[in-house]
Design a protein around this ligand. Structure first.
Ligand code: AMP
Length: 307
């Protein structure tokens, strides 16, 4: 089952209470691809990179079954660059720099070889570009999942709202859900956001897990309590990659299966935060993933004997 992933492939500079890196590979589509490639062997990447993006990283992705025909390389420009600094609690961060570089003139093209994909993951990117990818699909994918962030709510809200009318699942964090809906209560926020288009809404709450809303149903998945969170960058994208990867692998887009997909996404994200950048995602094995999913099951399973 094939899956298209769209988003940034970037360099990041990250500062956390545990350390600092000036230049590490990142980007929304990079994290999504690393996570999803554990579940789907045909991940079709759409992105843009500059002359400086490491060839070894592209080879690493290719070795995991990620197709890069849709990754455009611009010879005389630098890759997208983002820099962020985390607060002590690691749940909040400040964006220090967003240098669009190659992203400024990105015009994503869906290659013909990608047209058969049944799953589409719109990673965090300019909403206009997310829309352009949807419009280029000759057959509407079975499931379109969209990620976004407050940055686009601040500067491209109308475009973002247009994309919302065309997607099935939206992923945001709690702050973004409140910003988008103008509601403090997440239940009210979810209702308002689902009226904007998506039938399913996932609200991520960092170390406090994630909520899945659909019609009048809500499901909660915790985050695994970890002794050390080293760098949360990319956790959201990794969650998205695990979530859609599981759905694409099982070809089942029911609410029930989305509950499992959220646990899979949470397990992947819990690995991502253990090291800077996507490093930890490159080390883990199928067995590691299964073990961690088992830890989630253990975390929430209990019997109640009411007399
Ligand atoms: P996350 O921590 O899941 O929100 O994702 C962080 C990744 O998103 C970093 O690797 C950045 O390169 C990338 N990123 C940051 N800002 C943007 C943006 N405005 N558009 C697309 N990607 C971004």
């Amino acid at each position: 089952m094939s899956l298209i992933t769209v988003g940034t492939m970037a360099f990041d500079a990250i500062e956390t209470p545990f350390g600092k890196v000036d230049k590490i590979v990142g980007g929304s589509a990079t994290y999504v691809a690393y996570a999803a490639s554990n579940f789907v062997k045909d991940v079709k990447q759409i992105s843009i990179i500059g002359y400086d993006f490491p060839i070894e990283e592209l080879n690493e992705l290719k070795s995991r079954g990620v197709k890069i025909d849709g990754v455009e390389m611009i010879k005389d420009k630098k890759s997208f660059f983002w820099s962020g600094k985390y607060h002590t609690d690691m749940n909040t961060r400040d964006t220090l720099i967003t240098d669009l570089n190659v992203l400024a003139d990105f015009n994503p093209i869906v290659p013909d070889t990608y047209q058969d994909a049944e799953f589409l993951m719109l990673g965090n990117l300019m909403p206009k570009l997310q829309l352009s990818v949807i419009n280029q699909m000759k057959v509407r994918p079975k499931l379109i999942v969209m990620d976004t962030m407050n940055f686009w709510m601040d500067i491209a809200l109308d475009d973002l709202k247009e994309v919302l009318t065309k997607v099935d699942v939206l992923l945001v964090n709690d702050g973004e859900a409140r910003q988008l809906s103008n509601e403090f209560s997440l239940v009210k926020a979810a209702k308002k956001i689902m009226e904007m288009g998506p039938k399913f809404l996932i609200i991520k709450k960092g170390e406090h897990g994630a909520l899945l809303f659909h019609e009048n149903h809500v499901f909660y998945a915790p985050a695994l309590p970890l002794e050390e969170v080293f760098d949360p960058t990319g956790a959201g994208d990794t969650f998205a990659g695990g979530f859609i990867g599981h759905l694409a692998k099982t070809k089942d887009i029911s609410f029930e299966n989305m509950k499992t997909a959220i646990i899979v996404g949470s397990a992947m994200a819990s690995y991502c935060v253990e090291k800077f950048g996507p490093e930890r995602l490159k080390e883990i094995t199928k067995e590691d993933i299964e073990t961690r999913i088992g830890e989630f099951v253990e975390l929430v399973s209990f019997d109640i004997d009411l007399v």
